[in-house]
Design a protein around this ligand. Structure first.
Ligand code: ZN
Ligand code: ZN
Ligand code: ZN
Ligand code: ZN
Length: 489
């Protein structure tokens, strides 16, 4: 019988990819044929997964749907949307069912905060799935076997002491949850370290987080701040699609982080993954960073960007050459950051109208400091738009949403799902206000981008395309009604 490596190679060869080692990077996923934008490079089910809010039953354990949920009557933890999902999960769940009931009771509130129940449940399922595959109670394949977990990078030698201690505690807890199995605690702690830098956050089509999963082939895809592919989930199935043409023998890359940030910030976001990115953006000079930081000209009528000028510790406008003192800028920036933190804590306390007034003050201050194409103003406008949607003030929500669009288009690559989703939000708001022609334009832009990143067959995309058709029909009807009126006259 073929080894798992040979099986993996054969299964991936059929899809036009291969796992290879790349000097200095470890494992990587390489295209063995050309891929065009929008094409699925690889699709994978998780080896193990769990909804993030499993103890309150917000999503089905199997398909991540949030509709018609019913809790398992024994553990009152696992949740399913129907019989089919329950049956599919049964072999694994019957082993964890009682243990899960014990987990939620055994953990104190403090432990829940510290020990990340999601990762613990993921580990319990990992151990159980390995057992089931070893006993051949469930099938395994080249892309679905525990050897791929063994092959994951753990970076254990770089993990700090406190974190290692935490992993050891978590391993103990896993043993407490599964008393009938004899576990190698050291190995479990080590595996926690692997999971930590290899798990994916499973999101809905609008990129709102729902759960956590381990995708063993997709985990071999390395990061780039200018990725040529993107991961989007349908339920818990992960789809990696090309967002740029990828040539044969080229490495497939995705982004692990928020890419609309300066190089220093991006390197900081990448710390949990233990590598230094050397993508084209990370090795370039600092011009792009200055634009992303986005300080504005002192002259309120000038729309120039400022660039740092190390000689006189100042930032100089690229249009009119007026300078702003670096110290003064940094002071203003830290003051406005304090205000914005305050606004954010009011928002998380659920007081939308108070948060709204606070964010308006933040925006006013930020406008004195930042260019209208800066990422700082982008975040504030995004938040203000969302708050106004909550407050059902659609008109104002739309105004802020429209302000964000040029910034999204500037700071993200052309086929970034975030741009598509922002056009989608904009189009929906316009449609609800009966700005039909504007809605057609926005939804068309949304569909053009999302059809590449999301494909066209998911429920979300079908809904979007139907909405676009309706808006087009309505706009056409309005236009022809307008023509008739003219004829009448
Ligand atoms: Zn389901
Ligand atoms: Zn159960
Ligand atoms: Zn980079
Ligand atoms: Zn200027």
């Amino acid at each position: 019988m073929a080894s798992w490596e040979e099986q993996l190679r054969d299964e991936l060869a059929g899809r036009g990819v291969a796992v290879s080692s790349v000097p200095g990077k470890g494992r990587a996923l390489i295209a063995t044929r050309n891929f065009f934008p929008g094409e699925v490079i690889i699709r994978q089910e998780p080896y193990v997964s769990t909804p993030n809010k499993f103890s309150v039953g917000a999503n089905c354990d199997n398909c991540f749907s949030s509709r018609n949920l019913r809790k398992c009557s024994v553990c009152r933890v696992a949740c399913y949307c129907g019989r089919d999902c329950q049956v599919e999960e049964w072999k694994l769940h019957q082993l964890e069912c009682r243990a899960m009931a014990a987990l939620t009771v055994a953990l104190t509130e403090e432990e829940k905060k510290k020990l990340t129940p999601t990762l613990i449940r993921l580990m319990v399922r990992l151990v159980l799935r390995r057992k089931l595959q070893n006993e051949q109670a469930i099938p395994s394949s080249g892309t679905d076997n525990y050897n791929l977990v063994d092959a994951l990078e753990s970076h254990i030698s770089e993990v700090d002491k406190n974190q290692l201690e935490l992993y050891a505690q978590m391993a103990n807890l896993v043993q407490r949850i599964l008393p009938s199995l004899e576990l190698d605690l050291k190995e479990i702690a080590h595996t926690f370290s692997k999971i930590a830098c290899n798990v994916f956050t499973i999101c809905d089509p609008q990129l709102r987080p729902l759960g956590t999963g381990l995708y063993l082939v997709i985990s071999t895809i390395n990061h780039s701040c200018v990725p040529n592919a993107v991961v989007i989930f349908e339920g818990r199935t992960a789809y990696v699609r090309a967002v740029q043409p990828i040539a044969k023998n080229e490495e497939v890359s995705i982004s692990y982080i928020e890419t609309a940030a300066t190089t220093v910030k991006r390197q900081d976001y990448l710390k949990p993954y233990y590598f230094t990115c050397t993508c084209p953006r990370c090795v370039k000079d600092s011009e792009e960073d200055a634009l992303l930081e986005g300080y504005r000209c002192k002259d309120q009528k000038c729309d120039g960007f400022l660039m740092p000028n190390s000689e006189n510790k100042a930032y100089t406008c690229q249009k009119c050459s007026i300078s702003r003192d670096e110290k003064e800028l940094k002071k203003m920036a830290s003051e406005v950051l304090l205000l914005s933190d305050k606004a954010s804590s009011i928002l998380s306390s659920g007081n939308n109208s108070e948060a709204c007034s606070m964010y308006k003050i933040v925006e006013e201050q930020e406008r004195k400091l930042y260019h209208t194409l800066s990422t700082t103003l982008l975040r504030t406008w995004d938040t203000l738009s969302k708050i106004h949607i909550e407050l059902q003030d659609v008109q104002t929500a739309l105004m802020y949403c429209r302000l964000t669009i040029p910034v999204y288009e500037r700071v993200y690559p052309p086929f970034c799902p975030l741009i598509g989703l922002q056009f989608y939000t904009c189009g929906k708001l316009e449609w609800s206000l009966e700005y039909t022609e504007d809605a057609v334009k926005s939804l068309t832009r949304a569909a053009d981008i999302l059809r590449i990143t999301h494909g066209t067959t998911s429920g979300f995309m079908k809904e979007l395309l139907v909405m676009l058709e309706k808006a087009r029909a309505e706009a056409y009807f309005k236009l022809s009604a307008g023509d008739e009126q003219q004829i009448d006259r």
